[in-house]
Design a protein around this ligand. Structure first.
Ligand SMILES: Cc1cc2nc3c(=O)[nH]c(=O)nc-3n(C[C@H](O)[C@H](O)[C@H](O)COP(=O)(O)OP(=O)(O)OC[C@H]3O[C@@H](n4cnc5c(N)ncnc54)[C@H](O)[C@@H]3O)c2cc1C
Length: 510
């Protein structure tokens, strides 16, 4: 699922209409998984690939050349038919553009972006096409000429829709354009462990780390330019960087061994008896990851290097006044990721200083409602600010497959139904916002910042409802959106809490 391309998550995707946001939630990640990795590793530039394959092509026997011609013809014909069929099928998807805010947002999107988005989302809305996409892409990539056409189409549609650029510098104009519209960004260099957990070269990891560090510098520079005085927002400047821990070490197996050792140690201590897999972060987890059963010397070295890299990233983020978001990944790596995130939050999110580290919690994990309660309590007991991003979770299919393959007993780590995941997500919204409201009532400020990362408009509406109910936001007469009360501005970095939340857009100007 990794791709060495920066992705940009606008905090408020007003450049997309609600319709496209809902459609993107259907299977955007699966398409990305299917298309991006090969694109980069096999042939970073369509032209380079074309010249090498065409040389082979010329030296082939005449029959092979005829065969290639036929494949080219079939490939091109098939692709054209597929696009035509999908576009035709996609015609009935425009029937519920009923929100005036969607119309307003969509009216600002350039036509070419609308067309490329339409093609991308039409493909994404067909599970059959999504399932076929990787195979199809691999086949088309083998065919001379067609491979460059395919590459060009993928770059102009899926890539253009879901990714910010091929380098940080390519993303900068987009970040600037979003900022003009008062939209903050979460810049991420998309690297993570391969699904099969295979190893990567250390040099690659070092290069990837450098990309993360330079993303922080770039966001820091932009932040100083856009927002010289972030004191009105509790030190936040809406320029964030996202990190995937599994992309920062050569052998993700070390994370797996370390995570198992943590779970074993907790079991021996009698912790987490009633907590679904993979449990909660506790004191002593990191030591268990280094010293526990099944952890080899090589694993230990990898884990220590990883910790040093994260420390470097966090201190670079602190220097640049940029917040880093540590993504949540597969549950079998999560105990080590939880432990490192917990340590960074304790160190970099002190109650009286700036805050730098944002955790990520997946509501699709059965542990989530209990985890959230534990995290709120733990932050209070240990005396740090709890900053987190709440997502539903992206690895549902691989989580189920792994649980089945491992012949594990009992239900898997993920809720069995979407309704249960939704209930868990809603619990997160209610619990967090009511806790924030209580803290504000008691102390005049909150020690929690949350960022509900979702494309789901029902979740967004629910969050707005709770903000209003707790007196943390109010609707203004002049806009259809919600606006925070002046007195909470700066107290609640929560204003950055909504991805794709057009209704709060105005508020981000302050
Ligand atoms: C800014 C941002 C950051 C993100 N960071 C992360 C991250 O760090 N880690 C991560 O894992 N994901 C991350 N995601 C992806 C996220 O977890 C979701 O996969 C994606 O956003 C779709 O969920 P939704 O709430 O937007 O939409 P919805 O369409 O409402 O929800 C889809 C989600 O519901 C859940 N679901 C669907 N069917 C079932 C079922 N049968 N049983 C149980 N659950 C089900 C799955 O989690 C699925 O992804 C991020 C997304 C965004 C926008």
């Amino acid at each position: 699922m990794s791709s060495p391309y920066p992705s940009l998550f606008p905090f408020d995707q007003n450049s997309f209409g609600r319709q496209s946001i809902i459609m993107s939630s259907i299977c955007a990640r699966r398409v990305l998984h299917a298309t991006r990795p090969r694109l980069v590793r096999a042939h970073p530039r369509g032209n380079a690939r074309f010249s090498s394959t065409s040389t082979q092509f010329k030296s082939s026997a005449p029959q092979a050349s005829w065969l290639q011609d036929r494949r080219t013809f079939y490939g091109a014909g098939g692709m054209t038919l597929a696009i035509a069929a999908l576009l035709w099928k996609g015609q009935d998807t425009y029937d519920h553009l009923d929100d005036p805010r969607d119309r307003k947002s969509l009216s600002k999107v350039p036509l070419n972006k609308l067309i490329s988005g339409w093609i991308a989302f039409t493909f994404c809305s067909s599970p059959t096409w999504v399932d076929m996409s990787e195979t199809l892409y691999n086949i088309l990539s083998q065919i001379p000429i067609i491979s460059s056409i395919t590459n060009a189409i993928v770059m102009r549609t899926f890539f253009n829709q879901f990714l910010g650029g091929e380098s940080t510098s390519e993303c900068i104009p987009k970040i600037e354009a979003l900022r003009k519209d008062h939209i903050g960004t979460l810049l991420g260099y998309n690297i993570e462990a391969e699904l099969d957990g295979s190893s990567k070269d250390m040099q690659l990891i070092l290069r990837q780390t450098e990309h993360v560090l330079s993303s922080i510098e770039a966001q820091g520079d932009l932040a100083r330019q856009f927002w010289p005085d972030p004191s009105a927002t509790g030190g936040d400047n809406r320029c964030w960087v996202r990190i995937k821990v599994t992309g920062l070490l050569p052998n993700p197996i070390a994370l797996y061994h370390g995570s198992n050792a943590i779970l074993e140690a907790r079991k021996e201590k009698g912790l987490d008896r009633d907590v679904p897999y993979p449990g909660f972060p506790h004191d002593g987890d990191w030591e268990a990851a280094l010293e526990g059963k099944g952890v080899t010397d090589a694993d230990r070295q990898e884990l220590m290097n990883l910790r040093a890299i994260l420390e470097k990233i966090a201190s670079k983020a602190r220097e640049n006044n940029v917040r880093i978001v540590i993504d949540a990944e597969q549950s079998w790596y999560q105990p080590v990721i939880d432990s490192l995130t917990d340590e960074l939050m304790q160190k970099y999110n002190s109650l009286d200083g700036p805050t730098t580290c944002i955790a990520s919690f997946q509501a699709y994990l059965r542990r989530y409602p209990q985890l959230l309660d534990q995290q709120i309590k733990r932050a209070d007991e240990k005396g740090y600010k709890l900053l987190f991003k709440q997502v539903r979770g992206a690895y549902m299919v691989t989580e189920a497959a792994r649980w089945k393959k491992g012949k594990r007993e009992g239900p898997g780590p993920v809720w069995a139904t979407k309704e249960e995941t939704d209930a868990s997500y809603n619990y997160g919204i209610q619990k967090t916002l009511s806790t924030v409201a209580d803290q504000v009532r008691q102390d005049g400020h909150s020690r929690i910042s949350v960022f509900f990362a979702t494309h789901n408009s029902i979740s967004i509406d629910l969050a707005i409802k709770f903000l209003e109910r707790h007196g943390l936001a109010r609707r203004t007469a002049d806009t259809t959106g919600s606006r925070y009360q002046e007195k909470w501005q700066g107290v609640l970095p929560l204003r950055s809490y909504m991805v794709s939340m057009p209704t709060l857009r105005k508020d981000m100007t302050t």
